[in-house]
Write a protein that binds this ligand. Structure first.
Ligand code: NAD
Ligand code: UDP
Ligand code: UDP
Length: 335
């Protein structure tokens, strides 16, 4: 006697059909900085059920504390380099360390996370018919020779340098996304994220905004890496999360740059942090690391046109919000 398989469930709301929520959303890397803010936003919608998958390499349960016992929320300790079987409608795939000191700490693991981790999430998206969004990075442009960077620019990346595990890893992840899209018809979205800052950043993760704010609060010199004229463009995390959800809900596959075009040299950033947080601290010039991009600024024409998105929070408005969070976590009282 043969048993016949049940027919496939109707798409797209097949899982939610059996639950109260209309949309079941997986967030990989959801215990991290951007991921936890994204979870906060997704959980505001009562029709969403959110599953976070994270190996806690750079993220923490603390970032999700307020959702831990919530009936529409689930947290799974899992490494995305291993296959994952869950039933979901959408996948926000963020899992990957973002700070240079963490992604360089175990570069082989970083490239596995980017390549095998993204492959697994695409295999999952294919099996369940989910839409998947990848958080790629402005690092795919490398040390850019075109300024500001439009999505059409193919980049200037060192394939064998110490940052390659991250930037080449993300470039392969983008390739995988498009190959699954063309070959298997998977619905994909790619965000190229530019430097993002805000509350819940790891205090000692070595990124420039977190370093300067922690140093200013502790009364230590601000460490500007040479030459100090290199530029970055900093996006406040609430703006970033707004851009990501618009991209997921919109019609364009991307890649789309999401970032704030306000461009600052690292010396200007140090002066601004000094002025806003602690005018008494010194600014020290220190050695830089290899392959540091000299300039970076997003061209956000596409995000404006296709997502009707533009950042709202300036650096001067965002820095004090982040400082408040750091002050509380460092246990430093207001002067
Ligand atoms: P983060 O380090 O705070 O968060 C990453 C999360 O992924 C952490 O919770 C970490 O524990 C988890 N993780 C790492 N490897 C994993 C693995 N193998 N399996 C499961 N979980 C894993 O970083 P973030 O700033 O929140 O960055 C989130 C995403 O955005 C990353 O994909 C990053 O590449 C991208 N991005 C961030 C920035 C930025 O400025 N923050 C810029 C460009 C791109
Ligand atoms: N995969 C997964 N979850 C799923 C389906 C697939 O993690 O629900 C993984 C699977 O283990 C494989 C990868 O995704 O390593 C790619 O899957 P796909 O079906 O595209 O390729 P294949 O299994 O045929 O190599
Ligand atoms: N940087 C700095 N002081 C620090 C940390 C970083 O001047 O304490 C510089 C670094 O050389 C780079 C820029 O700040 O030019 C941004 O570095 P970050 O690691 O934050 O991000 P990414 O290089 O990934 O853009």
């Amino acid at each position: 006697q043969t048993t016949s398989k049940p027919p496939p469930l109707p798409s797209p709301l097949r899982f939610s059909k059996f639950f109260q929520a209309n949309m079941r959303i997986l967030v990989t890397g959801g215990a991290g900085f951007i991921g936890s803010h994204l979870v906060d936003k997704l959980m505001q919608n009562e029709k969403n059920e959110v599953i976070v998958v994270d190996n806690f390499f750079t993220g923490s349960k603390d970032n999700l504390r307020k959702w831990i016992d919530h009936p529409r929320f689930e947290l799974i300790r899992h490494d995305v380099t291993q296959p994952l079987f869950v039933e979901v409608d959408q996948i926000y795939h963020l899992a990957c360390p973002a700070s240079p000191i963490f992604y360089k700490y175990n570069p082989v693991k970083t490239i596995k996370t980017n390549v095998i981790g993204t492959l697994n999430m695409l295999g999952l998206a294919k099996r369940v018919g989910a839409r998947i969004l990848l958080t790629s990075t402005s690092e795919v442009y490398g040390d850019p020779l075109i300024h500001p960077q439009p999505e059409t620019y193919w980049g200037n990346v060192n394939p064998i340098g110490v940052r390659s595990c991250y930037d080449e890893g993300k470039r392969v992840a983008e390739t995988l996304m498009f190959d699954y899209h063309r070959q298997h018809g998977i619905e994909i979205r790619i965000a190229r994220i530019f430097n993002t800052y805000g509350p819940r950043m790891n205090i000692d993760d070595g990124r420039v905004v977190s370093n300067f704010i922690a140093q200013a609060l502790r009364g230590e010199p601000l460490t500007v890496q040479k030459p100090g004229s290199q530029t970055r463009s900093f996006c406040y995390v609430a703006d970033m999360v707004d851009g990501l959800t618009r991209l997921m809900e919109g019609k364009s596959t991307g890649p789309i740059n999401i970032g704030n075009p306000g461009e600052f040299t690292m010396l200007e950033l140090a002066e601004t942090v000094k002025e806003l947080i602690n005018p008494k601290v010194e600014i020290n010039m220190v050695e830089n690391t290899p392959d540091d991009p000299r300039q970076r600024k997003p061209d956000i024409t596409k995000a404006k046109e296709l997502l009707n998105w533009a950042p709202q929070v300036t650096l001067r408005d965002g820095l004090p919000l982040m400082m408040e969070d750091f002050r509380l976590r460092l246990g430093i009282s207001k002067q």
